[in-house]
Ligand binder design. Structure first.
Ligand code: NAD
Length: 352
């Protein structure tokens, strides 16, 4: 397949590009505007491969996107480009509406135009894959419930509301215009190349630097964690085998409270980078909770497991150790970001 990946310089998008390009069956055109979250260093391992190309472009620029689809003879679009950080969406929602809602609308318009020009055969096989989040489903009680593909939408933050809006647009383009779309809604990802403002890298790097490890509220909020390379394999399964019009929930059946995650990181660091007479967990502090903070997210991945044969391969503990070791050995990637992203974001502890 010749796949256009939007947001391929971001955390998950770069994992998808590395996965597909290294596997070697597909051609990947990475389209990314390189916002603060985009980083071409994450693509170093594949940047010279013949089955990979990069285009710096904004998804809101419909003519440029359409032309890129034509120039590269695209068979499928995997749309990941988005503003993705909940705390930033609370501070400044405008860009979230612009990129996540208007940008997805522009992507759909370009894809529909391009799709209408394809031969009958290629029209059948073309796919527009919209990559979304479990946060569109809202909040679950601590002790019961799980998100299935039928769970009604109840987004809580400007981020999740903007993603919910984009999901609705994608489904509308399927129902109204027949565009062959597939959607996936995934739980919290973690792994190498994760922007240092997110929970797991932030705690790891703050801990190593002897800084405080601020945790929202009492740290009881629960997230369902998935190793990013498992997500990349799931996205490949969805775009290649998913049924048009269908939604697939993706998750690793790994619910953990934030405080458990932070304590586990500290315990791994105590083993990997021991400090005499001092535990990393001593640096944990509790800070005022985020407004509208959802209590719990939990994904039921039965559909993707049974229909598409995908299953998470990494356990949370093995994936977390791999991630922490990666941060310990790859400061060439994160140090410059930490240095330019100083200030209030250093104190933020949350991953979506
Ligand atoms: P990210 O913030 O790391 O990366 C986003 C990428 O999109 C960046 O490279 C950025 O430069 C690019 N981008 C932003 N605005 C753009 C625009 N207007 N035009 C072109 N490119 C633009 O995000 P991520 O964590 O990799 O998430 C990727 C997708 O997966 C998002 O759609 C997000 O909603 C979804 N998702 C993320 C998670 C998670 O845990 N991180 C979980 C489920 C779903």
């Amino acid at each position: 397949m010749r796949i256009m990946v939007t947001g391929g310089a971001g955390f998950i998008g770069s994992a998808v590009c590395r996965h597909l390009v290294t596997k070697g069956e597909d051609f990947v055109l990475n389209v990314d505007a390189l916002t603060y979250a985009g980083n071409l260093k994450s693509l170093r391992a594949i940047e010279n491969r013949p089955n990979y190309a990069f285009l710096k472009a904004n998804i809101c620029d419909e003519p440029v996107i359409l032309q890129a689809m034509r120039d590269h003879d695209i068979d499928a679009v995997m749309h990941l480009a988005a503003e993705s950080h909940v705390d930033r969406s609370i501070d400044g929602p405008d860009v979230f509406l612009q990129t996540n809602v208007v940008g997805t609308f522009r992507m759909l318009s370009a894809a529909r135009h391009y799709w209408s020009e394809l031969s009958a055969d290629r029209k059948q096989t073309f796919r527009f894959h919209h990559v979304s989040t479990d946060e569109v489903y809202g909040d679950l009680p601590f002790d019961s419930g799980i998100f299935t593909e039928e769970t009604p939408y109840k987004p809580s933050s400007p981020y999740s509301a903007s993603k919910a809006a984009s999901d609705h647009l994608v489904r509308a383009w399927h129902h109204t215009y027949g565009l062959p779309v597939v959607l996936s809604n995934c739980s919290n990802n973690y792994g190498p190349f994760h922007f240092p403002e997110k929970l797991i890298p932030l705690v790891t790097l703050n801990a190593l630097e002897g800084r405080e490890l601020p945790v929202y509220g009492q740290g009881l909020n629960v997230r369902d964690w998935l190793f990013v390379e498992d997500h990349a394999r799931a996205l490949e399964a969805v775009i290649k085998k998913g049924r048009p019009g269908e939604t697939y929930n993706i998750g690793g059946r790994s619910e953990r409270s934030n405080i458990d995650v932070v304590r586990t990181i500290c315990a791994i660091l105590d083993q990997e980078r021991p400090r005499l007479g001092k535990k990393y967990a001593d640096q944990i502090t509790f800070v005022t909770d985020r407004p509208g903070h959802d209590r719990r997210y939990a994904i039921d991945p039965t559909r993707i497991e049974t229909e598409l044969g995908w299953r998470a391969q990494e356990t949370f503990e093995s994936g977390l150790r791999r991630t922490i070791r990666w941060y310990l050995h790859n400061d060439w990637w994160w140090r410059s970001i930490r240095e330019t992203d100083k200030g209030e974001r250093r104190g933020m502890v949350h991953a979506g």
